[in-house]
Design a protein around this ligand. Structure first.
Ligand code: AMP
Length: 429
């Protein structure tokens, strides 16, 4: 299938070809036609599937065909959980709308609101926003959403995880009731379904299982290791493997800082990216990682969500996530766009429950490889460690990882893979 057959305008096709895209990704093939028809869409898709173009391209087309009002009120509102993702979506919109007369801007917290307000005053057709700053400006009477025709909730699951439900509900109250709604989420918990049911009107459901080539290209390895030797092992892997671009996940912000410091002392150019870092530091770290001046980016799950880092060769789970879906999001950072990638997890005995839940979710027994000198004590306790910082801590009682949700979209993407396939691929390398 080609982009031509999706019914997109010449101006968009020209921008797409300028970007170098030749074929629409599965989520684009499935989502673009119903969105162009004005339907509500409920899409199951994670970062890396091309979902951003999947909703921005048809929105641009609909808005450019619609009635232009001279004062340019916001006609499309895109809500998204993180500042980085918001900035990336805007960057995509700007590229795709090169040949259209549409204005777009982004608003998010953590930075001075004045430049954002002055952009809004000049009139924008498309607004990308994180919920907190949107509500803030709305409360100050600095933004009008009464002309919104299209609403997108992007990464809805992560917005709920980050506690944005109340803000989303507040936004709904100030939107016109008649509008087109699009909801994108990687996972579908009960809460997401409830949210979707409250917002969407007879939605068309679409699902993007990552292309087989992409999924199969991810080689997953588990290295059992004594907890206290993880730092030494990761430094050894990076330096001896001469790896150049590694995204590392830790469970906590403190863990990310500590590991980054150890890496830097060992001569690895590293930076941490997490919620306690200011916007400037986050943008700088991401830019350094993308342009190659940083070798390792150490991130927490929330901070990494939505980062667009194409063709990442290595993802390392310094610690396994206690939410199994996060494992799928993390490893989705490698092997993207048909490129091969390696997802390595350093697994200590206290993470036994987390690994069991992950394997249950992905439907695979992940292959373990011992590295001489780093093996954990066979008698070490397999009791889970205490929950760390982050979103899990908002609950007073530690949350058990959810593994009993039969509707998780992520299991569809990975469930068909058999361990033998994975091992075969591993031995091919
Ligand atoms: P997303 O899932 O929206 O974060 O997109 C992941 C990456 O795929 C981004 O770098 C996009 O620029 C890229 N991309 C989106 N659509 C296509 C396409 N049809 N062909 C090639 N790359 C694409």
């Amino acid at each position: 299938m080609s982009f031509n057959s999706l019914g997109l305008s010449d101006a968009l096709l020209k921008a797409i070809s300028k970007k170098g895209y030749t074929t629409p990704s599965p989520i684009q093939q499935k989502a673009i036609p119903p969105i162009l028809e004005g339907k509500d869409v409920l899409a199951s898709a994670q970062t890396g599937t091309g979902k951003t173009a999947g909703f921005t391209l048809p929105i641009l087309q609909l808005l450019s065909q619609g009635k232009h009002l001279s004062h340019r009120p916001v006609r499309a509102l895109i809500l998204t959980p993180t500042r980085e993702l918001a900035a990336q979506i805007l960057a995509n919109i700007k590229e795709y709308s090169t040949f259209l007369d549409l204005r777009s801007t982004v608003i998010f917290g953590g930075v001075n609101q004045n430049p954002q307000v002055s952009q809004l005053r000049q009139g924008v057709d498309i607004l990308v926003a994180t919920p907190g700053r949107l509500i803030d400006l709305q409360n100050q009477g600095l933004i009008s959403l009464s002309k919104v025709e299209i609403l997108v909730l992007d990464e809805a699951d992560r917005m709920l995880d980050m506690g944005f439900l109340r803000d989303i509900e507040r936004v709904m109250k100030v939107l016109p009731p008649k509008r087109q709604n699009l909801l994108f989420s990687a996972t579908f918990s009960k809460d997401i379904k409830k949210l979707a049911m409250g917002i969407l009107n007879h939605p068309v459901q679409v699902e993007a299982t990552p292309e087989n080539t992409t999924v199969d290209a991810i080689i997953q390895k588990i290295y059992p290791v004594a907890k206290e030797k993880k730092t030494e092992l990761i430094i050894k892997l990076i330096t001896e493997g001469n790896w150049k671009q590694i995204l590392v996940f830790t469970r906590t912000k403190q863990g990310a800082n500590k590991l980054t410091e150890s890496m830097i002392s060992s001569g690895i150019k590293a930076a941490a990216i997490h919620g306690n870092k200011g916007q400037g530091a986050r943008t700088k770290a991401l830019a350094g990682f993308k342009n190659g001046s940083l070798t390792a980016l150490v991130a927490t799950d929330i901070a990494a969500r939505g980062l667009d880092i194409p063709l990442l060769p290595h993802v390392i789970n310094f610690e396994l996530p206690n939410i199994p879906e996060d494992y799928v999001h993390r490893i989705g950072r490698t092997g993207r766009a048909g490129a091969s990638g390696e997802a390595i997890s350093l697994f200590s005995p206290d993470e036994t429950v987390f690994l069991r839940d992950i394997e249950k979710l992905v439907g695979l027994k992940l292959p373990k490889e011992n590295i001489k000198g780093f093996e954990p004590d066979p008698n070490a306790s397999t009791e889970p460690i205490k929950q760390g910082q982050g979103r899990q801590q908002r609950n007073s009682t530690p949350k058990k990882p959810k593994t009993d949700n039969p509707n998780r979209s992520t299991s569809n993407s990975f469930g068909q893979r058999r361990p033998s396939q994975n091992n075969d691929r591993r031995s091919n390398r």
